[in-house]
Structure formats: C-alpha cells, structure tokens
Design a protein around this ligand. Sequence first.
Ligand code: ATP
Ligand code: MN
Length: 477
Amino acid sequence: MNTKSVSELLEQDVTLQQVSVKGWVRTFRANRFIALNDGSTINNIQCVVDFENFDEALLKRITTGAAIHIEGELVESQGKGQNVEIVVSSIEVLGDSDPETYPIQPKKHTFEFLRENAHLRTRTNTFSAVMRIKSTLSFAVHKYFTENGFYNMHTPMITGSDAEGAGEMFRITTLDAKNPPLDENGDVDFKQDFFGKEANLTVSGQLEAETYAMSLGKVYTFGPTFRAENSNTSRHLAEFWMIEPEVAFMDLAGNMDLAEDFIKSVISYVLEHNQEDLKFLDERLFNEEKSKPQTERSEMRLIEKLKFVTDNNFKRVSYTEAIDILRNSKPNKKKKFKYLINEWGADLQSEHERFLVEKHFKCPVILFDYPANIKAFYMRLNDDEKTVRAMDVLFPGIGEIIGGSQREERLDVLKQKMAALDIPEEELWWYLDLRKYGTAVHSGFGLGFERLVMFATGMSNIRDVIPYPRTPQNAEF
Ligand code: ATP
Ligand code: MN
C-alpha cells in the first residue's frame, strides 16, 4: 500500500478503505486518540485506536516523539476539529521515544529552551511553520528572478579582498595557529598560507555580482555571508544568507522599484501558499502581544501586516528629509533616543529607523541619498558631492531589511574614493576594469534573507528563523 503524507490524507475529500501513514506522535490521549504529524502540514491527523484490539505493551510504546507507522481506514471524523480521521487497524513502532527525557513535551516551551534543543524544535508547530514558510520564500525568490529575466550566479564564499568588510571578516587559514611562519618584519607571512595571501569569508557577493551584471545584464546571487561583528542583537547573525540582485543600465529609481516589487511578490507568494502556517503564526503572535503593555502592542496582526505590505506603496524619503523629521520628533526633543539627532550627517541607528517606520510613516520606508561618508566606497556620488545614491529599505519590527545603491560607474571618481579610504587599487583591479571597459550605470541591493523570514513569520529573534544560528560565543550543532 502506498504510504501517504498527512497533508495528502487531510486533503482527501473521499473516505478510503485502507491508508498507510508514517510520522511522529504528538500526543496519545485516553489510550485512544493519536495525534500524528509528519512535517507535511501544521495539522495532525487523528488516528483512533480501539485499545481492546491491541496489545497493552504496544500501546505503552506510543509516546510523544515516537516514530510510528499506522494503517487503517480513512473515515469522516466523528469529532470536531478535523474532517477525516483514521480508524487504526495496525500500528508499528518504528522508533521508540523516551517520555521521561524527550525535550519536546506537549506543552508550551520558551524559545530560549527550544534554541538549546534546536535539533528537535522543528517538531513543534511554531518552528515547523516557520521553516515551511522559509522554504516557500526561498523558492519564491528564485521564481521571481527567473521570471524577470535574471540569471542566478554563485559568488565565492572565500575572498582574497577585505575592501568591504574591514575588521568584520573571518579569516581562513591553514597556518599553524601556535607557530605561524613570520616574514622579515616579524608579521605572519601569509605568502606561505593556503592561498598565498590573506583570505577571508565573504561579507557580500556584490562586487563579483557586478562583474556578471556587466556582461549578463541582470543577475542575482543568493548564498551565505559571514560577519564577525560582535553585535549580539536580535537582528544579527555571524552567518546569514543574502539575496543580491545586480542590474546593468538601472539607476537608483529602478533599484527602488525592483526592491519593492520583489518584496511584494515573494510575500504575496507566501500569503497564497502557506495559509495554514500563517494562520497559526498569526494567532501565536496575537496571543503573545496580549501579554505586552498596550503601548507596545503591534497595531496589526501578522497576516494584516503582510497584506499591508503587498497592497501599499513604500514611502520614499530622502535622508535629508528623514533627519528633519527625526530632529523635530518627540523622542528626540524629550531625549528619549539613545543617540540624539543633532545635525545632518548623523548615522541612523535602529531606534531612528524604527521610529520612522513604526511611529511616523507607519509603512515600509525607502530612505535614499545618504551622506557619502557613512556609506561604502562604491556608491554613486551625487552632483552635490555630499551624498551618494544609496537606499535602505526599512520595515516595521525589523528596521533595515535591504541596503543597496546605484554603483559608481566613473573610473576617476571611484579611484579617488578608494584612495581616500586607503583601499589599494591592486586589490580591486578587476573591479576597476569594469569602469574601463564599457562602463555603464548599474545598481543592486542586498537583502538579508533571515530578516525577510522574520517579517513574514512575525518571529522577533533572528536566531529563531535559521536552523542553527551562529552568533558570538555560539556555534552549537
Ligand atoms: P545593519 O545596519 O542592520 O547591521 P548593514 O548596513 O550592515 O545592516 P548591509 O551591509 O547593507 O547591512 O547588508 C545588506 C542586508 O543584509 C541588510 O539590509 C540586512 O538585511 C542583512 N544583514 C546585514 N548584516 C546582517 C547580519 N549580521 N545578520 C543578518 N542579516 C544581516
Ligand atoms: Mn551591519
């Protein structure tokens, strides 16, 4: 007999004589009702056991967490809560569980506890829903770009340049940590290292993606990036996945259009394809919010928030306008911000970004034209020579979700900026070549995939949207 998934069985609109299903026991109530889940859906299938027909020793082994194989008849359910259920004719225990020590008991666990048991936390409704949605989102990303004429490329994870991530990179080396070879100045001699020079894990695939944009036109990379920043926040990981499109002949306005259209498209896709998981997470978040003081509660429920994003235009605001708003804002005047905004040129902190999005505009915001000196060297200098064509997309509850820009396409300007920042031309000779041979306006952005998943699932800690989070002092599993 063909074994079917729980999701397939629950979607049956006819009853069936014989069905076979395998999964893990969530609960076994009254020696009669097994709630079985196999990960294919948030819903369990109810398996009804007539205990008189089974050995007591066998029934004792049906405990939370055990893997079992059930055969029986799929019938219309007598009880509430499901349309169909299985009247069990045979039970095979595939793998016993130990009810004394199994960590995932049928009760509410804290997320902290579940992080310590991350290898088993996807056996809960919350984490299985989050990871199913994450999988859908990942597919939606590739679908969006493929359907819009982009090529997927894999940018390298190991990089020989540290132009972008100075100080925030993880070094890769095969040298003996205790006794590295030294050069004549007494410094570590990286010429003798594996790559013949210093190498690091990448912080972004952008520079390499630019090279492909300048030949293939529209490309994107979607892969792991690494940052050794010691910021133990709920929005930063040391290893995270970044989606980075890069497009030739596209300016900053086009970049904003792309970012907005892209986010709306992938969120719509999840709204359409993960309704049950979203309904569960919507309810979960609503209950969690109830325990917060009124003023800190979100005004919208999860699904409402997602629909709000797909149905409304993002507000586009220049950095200069944003500074005016922030300077005159209540929390600034009452000195409630940790970092007060006094003058043009200040770097925006997450408290400012969240004020703009959550309190002032109450919608996603795209800030653009930032001061040149707080942004990276490769961003296109504006004619005012003070600002660059940068954009950050800011989201409620998340803060920055996208950082991007129009890239500097003028060789002389780019060289000047690199010189000012002591970035050696030899290190990026290939990047400069793009400006020598057929240069053109081009743009792109980076979107942190886990931050997108946080938004789509309503999870408030980035550690809960990646299977095994890597953060300072933590690389378990
Ligand atoms: P932030 O100010 O939040 O640290 P950033 O300015 O360092 O972000 P970028 O360098 O522009 O971010 O990276 C592009 C995107 O990658 C960000 O918009 C964000 O979504 C994501 N991102 C950046 N750093 C991290 C991190 N440590 N963990 C997870 N996602 C990140
Ligand atoms: Mn950062």
